[in-house]
Design a protein around this ligand. Structure first.
Ligand code: ZN
Ligand code: ZN
Ligand code: ZN
Ligand code: ZN
Length: 145
């Protein structure tokens, strides 16, 4: 019999099977520090940042790879990232094409899966540094009042 290993990071201890796809994964959810935004928990990453995990959490039917509900729940860029990032055991075979997201202030391309970004209420995107500037300006505006 093969020794089970975590399909994401390769560790061999403290493993559980995922609810969604029955793969071995680190049982490391408890290590997560709330509000740290750290992505160091295999089981949490798979549950939170993949279509497989989302599909299962939302109780969709059939296979996540062909699920219309999942496809309609995200923009093409987010959908492609959720389906193909490193937290997947199996990747989406045919991720949709999408136009890159640009920062509406400085024009830099934002990789929405990996970079920090701000989404403004009008649907525009700001890169991480423009997002900080924008936030600081808003705080100043509030202080003026
Ligand atoms: Zn792992
Ligand atoms: Zn899964
Ligand atoms: Zn789904
Ligand atoms: Zn920017």
């Amino acid at each position: 019999m093969n020794t089970p290993i975590c399909g994401l990071c390769g560790k061999k201890s403290k493993l559980v099977k995922t609810d969604c796809c029955n793969n071995w994964i680190c049982n490391d959810e408890g290590k997560y520090v709330i509000f740290s935004y750290a992505r160091n928990s295999c089981s949490r990453n798979h549950r939170r940042f993949t279509l497989c995990g989302y599909h299962n959490t939302e109780d969709h039917k059939s296979n996540w790879k062909t699920c219309k509900k999942c496809a309609n729940s995200f923009d093409a860029e987010d959908y492609a990232w959720y389906g193909t990032n490193e937290y997947n055991f199996e990747k989406l075979p045919d991720p949709p094409k999408f136009d890159p997201t640009y920062c509406s202030l400085c024009g830099v391309i934002i990789n929405r899966g990996e970079d920090g970004y701000t989404r403004l209420p009008d649907g525009k995107f700001l890169c991480e540094s423009c997002g900080w500037k924008h936030m600081n300006e808003q705080i100043k505006d509030v202080e003026k009042i």
